[in-house]
Write a protein that binds this ligand. Structure first.
Ligand code: PLP
Length: 477
C-alpha cells in the first residue's frame, strides 16, 4: 500500500514503487499491510506469544517473530541462514562513563546496546535481507541487485549465494569499507563500480529494476519486504527487556540514520504491536545523522518538515510537504560537490534518504527527535564502545554519541531506559579503528580531532626478555 494514495497491490507483484504515484511524480514508497481481520492472521493480545520455546527449525531471531510479517504463503518459502540471533547487551560501564544512572532505589543504569553486528554478514541488514529474499523467491526472481555503501551488498551477496541467484551490487566512487567490499567479492556477487555516489547508484539500479524486461529484483530498502524483517530487531529488544514476563518497553530507541529504513521499520513494528494489543505505548525515537550527511536533521529541525497523518486515523497513512523536499533537493544539487554527503561513517553517507517519508511517519508516531554528530565525535565514541562494549563500525557509534548528546541536552533523562542500536560489526571498517589508535587523522570534515581518550597503540619493544618484561610492567626473578 502507498501511504498517500492508498493504492493496494497483491503481495506477489514485484514493485519497487507505487505505479500510480510514480506516474504523477509523487512519493511512491510502498508498505506491506496485513488484513488482521482475517481469522488466519489473528494473534493473542500478549507479547508472550513470541516467547515460545525454539523448535527444531527455528534458529532465526527474525522468524521467531514471523507472525509480525506474514506475507509469505508457506514457511517453506522462508530463506534463513540463522540471522537475528543478536544480543541486547546491558552496558553498565559505558553508561557510568556517560552519566546514565537508572531508575529507583539501588538502580543500575539502563543503557543497552542492541548488537546487530552479531549477524551472519556482520550488520543488521541480514534482518531485512532474509525477508527480502523470501519475497524474491516467492516472486520467482533469478537476478537480484542493490546499490550499497557496503553492508547491503555484503548481506545481499551472502543470501544470493545461498539462494543460487545471480547478484549485482552497485557501489559508487564514495568510500566503501574494506571489510564490506571483501564480503561482496568473496560471496561471488558481480560488483559494478559506477562513477557516481551512492544516490546515483541507487537511481541507476532502480531504473533498471523498474524495467520488467530486465528481470532484476531490487533489494535496497525501498523494498518494503526488507523493512518487514527489520521489525524483528524491535521484537528482540522487547523480548530481551522481558516484555510478556513482567518487563517494560524502553523509553528510547536511538539509531543511526542513513537511508532511514531501519528507523522506519522500528516505528512500523511498534505501531503494529500496539494495534495487536501487545504494547500500550511507543518508545521515543532518536535518529542520529552524521554531521556531514545531515539531510534529515536539516529537513526536520531547520525546514520544519513533518508527517501529516491521514484524517481517518489509519496510522500508516499520511503525507508530507513534497514541495519543501523538492526545494531542498534542488538546493543540494545547486551546491554541487560541496553539498554532497561526506563522513567517515560510510554506512550513513547518504544525500537523499529514500525512506524519508516513512522516517517522518516514524518520528511522528514515536515522538521522535533528530540530531547529528560530527566525525571526530563518532570515532571517539566508536573507540569507547569498543573499550566498554562489543565494538562496532563508525556509523553505529553515532547512536551512542547521539544518546549522550541528548542526555547532555536534557532531552533524555539519566534514569530513562535507552537502547542504542549497534548496526554493524567492529571488523567492517578496520582502517578507521587502526587509524584512531595509531593517531592517523582519518576523519573527513577537517574538524580538529578529539583527545583520543581510548587510543591504544602497539608498544614497540626490542627482542629482549628484560625489555619485554619492562614494557609489560612485570618483574622477572
Ligand atoms: C545501512 C546502515 C545504516 C543506515 O541504516 P538506514 O536504514 O539506511 O538508515 C547504519 N549503520 C550501518 C552499519 C548500516 O549498515
Amino acid at each position: 500500500m502507498n501511504a498517500a494514495c492508498r493504492s493496494v497491490y497483491p503481495v506477489e507483484q514485484v514493485l519497487t514503487s507505487c505505479p500510480a504515484c510514480r506516474k504523477t511524480g509523487r512519493e511512491s514508497l510502498l508498505d506491506v499491510v496485513y488484513d488482521r481481520s482475517d481469522p488466519g492472521q489473528k494473534l493473542p493480545r500478549d507479547f508472550a506469544y513470541f516467547l515460545r520455546p525454539e523448535s527444531g527449525g527455528e534458529c532465526s531471531g527474525v522468524w521467531q517473530f514471523r507472525e509480525l510479517f506474514p506475507f509469505y504463503r508457506s514457511p517453506s518459502e522462508i530463506l534463513s541462514v540463522g540471522e537475528g540471533r543478536t544480543l541486547l547487551q546491558k552496558a553498565d560501564q559505558l553508561a557510568m562513563k556517560l552519566g546514565f544512572v537508572g531508575r529507583g532505589h539501588a538502580a543500575t543504569p539502563s543503557l543497552f546496546l542492541q548488537y546487530e553486528g552479531y549477524n551472519p554478514s556482520g550488520s543488521f541488514k541480514d534482518n531485512g535481507m532474509t525477508a527480502g529474499f523470501t519475497h524474491a523467491r516467492m516472486a520467482g526472481a533469478k537476478i537480484v541487485a542493490c546499490a550499497s555503501t557496503g553492508n547491503t551488498s555484503a548481506s545481499l551477496a551472502l543470501y544470493a549465494s545461498q539462494a543460487g541467484m545471480k547478484a549485482f551490487v552497485f557501489i559508487g566512487d564514495g568510500k566503501i569499507a574494506t571489510g564490506k567490499l571483501s564480503q561482496a567479492l568473496d560471496y561471488g556477487a558481480t560488483t559494478l563500480q559506477v562513477a557516481g555516489d551512492f544516490d546515483t547508484c541507487l537511481a541507476r539500479v532502480r531504473a533498471i529494476a523498474e524495467q520488467p524486461s530486465a528481470g532484476v529484483y531490487l533489494l535496497n530498502s525501498v523494498n518494503p519486504f526488507r523493512l518487514e524483517g527489520q521489525k524483528s530487531i524491535m521484537g528482540r529488544v522487547l523480548r530481551d527487556l522481558g516484555l510478556g514476563r513482567g518487563g517494560k518497553i524502553p523509553d528510547w530507541i536511538v539509531v543511526p540514520g542513513g537511508n532511514l529504513g531501519n528507523c522506519s521499520a522500528f516505528a512500523k513494528a511498534f505501531i503494529e504491536l500496539r494495534a495487536l494489543g501487545m504494547i500500550d505505548r511507543l518508545p521515543r525515537l532518536a535518529v542520529i545523522n552524521a554531521k556531514g550527511a545531515r539531510t534529515l536533521d536539516r529537513l526536520v529541525n531547520e525546514i520544519g518538515l513533518k508527517w501529516i497523518p491521514a484524517a481517518d486515523g489509519d496510522e500508516l497513512a499520511g503525507t508530507f510537504d513534497e514541495q519543501k523536499v523538492g526545494a531542498e533537493w534542488a538546493s543540494m544539487d545547486a551546491a554541487g560537490a560541496g553539498g554532497r554527503a561526506k563522513t567517515i561513517a560510510s554506512a550513513i553517507e547518504i544525500n537523499r534518504p529514500v525512506n524519508l517519508s516513512k522516517a517522518l511517519r516514524a518520528l511522528h508516531a514515536m515522538n521522535g527527535v533528530v540530531r547529528s554528530v560530527d566525525d571526530p565525535t563518532i570515532v571517539e565514541y566508536k573507540a569507547m564502545v569498543g573499550r566498554y562494549g562489543f565494538g562496532c563500525e563508525p556509523a553505529s557509534a553515532a547512536s551512542v554519541a547521539g544518546a549522550h548528546a541528548l542526555l547532555q541536552e536534557g532531552v533524555i533523562r539519566p534514569d530513562e531506559t535507552v537502547v542504542c542500536i549497534l548496526t554493524g560489526h567492529q571488523l567492517k571498517d578496520p582502517d578507521v579503528t587502526v587509524g584512531y589508535h595509531m593517531g592517523i587523522t582519518n576523519t573527513v570534515q577537517g574538524e580538529p580531532t578529539r583527545a583520543r581518550m581510548f587510543a591504544n597503540q602497539p608498544v614497540r619493544v626490542a627482542d629482549d626478555l628484560s625489555a619485554i618484561a619492562g614494557a609489560m610492567g612485570v618483574s622477572l626473578s
